[in-house]
Ligand binder design. Structure first.
Ligand SMILES: Nc1nc2c(ncn2[C@@H]2O[C@H](COP(=O)(O)OP(=O)(O)OP(=O)(O)O)[C@@H](O)[C@H]2O)c(=O)[nH]1
Ligand SMILES: [Mg+2]
Length: 247
């Protein structure tokens, strides 16, 4: 078929419809495409980075170094981010390990939150009972952050240091965090109320009901890990499995 014939067929097709009908149809199709793009972007997150977050000494850098197979296995308290790439399921994923230091972690969270695909929130399963307040404070800030939660990233709570004989299991940690976040929700709401009666309180979870992770509009998963291998099996296999799922 020649180009001239193609043009004639197209002209004939167009002449069957008036321009208003065609303009409405084009707007409608564009609208559907825009809505589809919005939902696809929303479900997959805006960025392509996995953020490792958590309070200091949880084991973020140790896990990071193991995953990127760095020879440097010695970790010291991080004062800035570490960035690296891992290959999972044939895809490369960028991981950013953020410092847990209380004075600087907020500034790093603000700097990197726009590129989040998933948050791997690392906790020390042995010390968690005595650190639960500090851990819950940081987790609360993540769960109510407008930018971080805008694209509903998957949040994986990594219950690390499971090699410790007295380590708490992920289900115990989940309950401890739920209780602490519930208490924190009341204190934060009261603090905001006392500042401005008209201020809209960004409440975590559902009203008139104790906080549960399942009330959130995005997925929060709990896994167990250790940087130490056990019987030849990597203690980080749960982490790599989840990295593959979110890749
Ligand atoms: N027993 C045990 N120790 C671990 C494990 N993971 C990390 N550690 C140790 O915990 C200490 C702190 O680990 P880091 O990776 O530096 O902790 P971090 O979360 O990066 O801490 P900040 O950089 O201060 O935010 C180090 O001495 C690690 O060797 C683990 O699975 N088991
Ligand atoms: Mg670190």
């Amino acid at each position: 078929m020649t180009n001239a014939k193609k043009v004639t067929d197209f002209d004939a097709f167009l002449s069957n419809y008036d321009t208003t009908t065609l303009a409405i149809a084009a707007t409608f199709i564009l609208g559907i495409i825009t809505v589809l793009i919005f939902f696809i972007k929303r479900s997959t997150g805006s960025g392509n980075s996995i953020l490792f977050m958590g309070i200091n000494n949880a084991g973020k850098t140790a896990i990071f170094l193991n995953l990127i197979k760095s020879e440097n296995r010695l970790t010291i308290t991080s004062m800035k981010q570490n960035e690296g790439t891992v290959q999972v399921g044939g895809k490369s994923l960028k991981i950013i390990d953020l410092p847990g230091n209380e004075r600087i972690r907020k500034q790093y969270m603000d700097q990197f939150k726009k590129s989040v695909k998933a948050v791997f929130f690392v906790v020390d399963s042995f010390t968690l009972p005595k650190e639960v307040k500090d851990v819950a404070e940081l987790l609360y800030d993540i769960l109510i952050d407008g930018t971080l939660t805008k694209y509903s990233p998957t949040i994986v709570i990594v219950c690390n240091k499971q090699d410790h004989a007295m380590a708490k299991s992920s289900s115990v940690i989940k309950n401890l965090l739920q209780k602490e976040l519930n208490t924190l929700r009341t204190t934060r709401a009261a603090a905001l109320d006392s500042i401005d009666q008209n201020e809209k309180v960004n409440l975590l979870g559902k009203k008139n009901k104790d906080f549960e992770f399942s009330d959130l509009k995005f997925k929060v998963e709990f896994i167990e890990s250790t940087i130490k291998d056990n019987d030849g099996k990597s203690g980080l296999s749960s982490v790599t499995d989840w990295l593959e799922k979110v890749a």
